[in-house]
Ligand binder design. Sequence first.
Ligand SMILES: [Zn+2]
Length: 429
Amino acid sequence: MEKKNSKLKIILPVVLAVIVIAGGAAWYLTRTETKLGRAGYDKAQIADIKQLFSEEEQKALTEVPAQSGIIEIAKSDRYQKEHFADYLKGLGEGENVTDLLHNYDPWVITLRATDGYTEENLDLYLYHRQDGTAEDAAYTVNYINMSLLYSKSPDYDGKRFEDYEKYRAKRPDKTPEEIVAHVEHAKDYANEKYFIDEYFEKYEAYRAKNPDKSLEEVVRAVNAGIDKPFYTEMVNTDTSKGYLMIVNKYNKLPEGYSPKLESLSGYGNGSMEPTAAAAFRKMVDAGKEAGVSLRSLSPYRSHSLQTWQYQFWVDAHGQEMADRESARPGSSEHETGLAVDINTAVEESHFERTPEYAWLIKNCWKYGFILRYLPDSEYITGYVYEPWHYRYVGVEHAEKIMKLGITYEEYYAYYINNPDYPETGGPVE
Ligand SMILES: [Zn+2]
């Protein structure tokens, strides 16, 4: 009994030890760490995995051969937790980390659905990451794509991107380099009140041919259309502008144009368009009250009369002189019924020195008339100073024109027919 007991004393601890060791081994072998190690992850990776993934995910990782890329993916700020299984599957199929991050990045998904998206610019689109709406993506794709094109120009200035885009919207026919050149060089004209963006190329062409001219002269010339010789490239004037139509050595009346007319009887010779005639009578009456005597010397002229008169000048003084003093048929304001020569029509009478003239200059706009051919503006209007020639444009515009002191050519270009303002024809001031 003694002996048996002592045998048991030896066996029991051994059995217990075996049980403990076997249990420990079994427990050790089922531990996740162990399984991850067996899948091929090293110690440092296992530590990362413990931190980055849920227990369920860790379990999934133990079931496939190690994909160290999954740790890199989970550490990225572009990691999309809900796509864990997709990343893991992708890595198993040999896809790389970058591609997988892109594939499940909502911003990249939105970008890729955007017009104009190009894979080669993806890094740049990512650099300008936004919240992720389709609108943001469209902006970013366009911003990057266009900036890359604009930046090829030596004048490119990234701060002016919006200006480039504004101009591109207006002129989609222009190349990116032309757009940059336009926006950058248009700055030169910043002080020119009558600068018209749309005429920029014309200004630059005229400036190149006339390097001695100031920017102001360049703008005046091009706006008035005198960057080409008189009577070249004649076009039919836009008669739908009514009292504001322009008739000069570039814009002629369409053939057969004949306005409604009303006699100026009692106020001088001839007739005018009825509204202009009424305004003229009012002006003459007001002048009379102020002690000046005004009468119509030459208002409306028919096409045949203008033809005859111009030919008379050509025969008497040659074409060059005739073109300074008279208008070729179709190009005379007198054919519109809106113009009138008052009291005289010859330089020698020096109408500009009379009280009539002084009164007219101060008051004509109140009746809708303007002095049409200003001093020192022959190069714009194509006519010598004609202190006697007045043109009806209506009170609103007459007031502005007389106050601005610019030729009607320039006023018309900027305020009536300005291509920068296709809806209204000119800026609202
Ligand atoms: Zn006249």
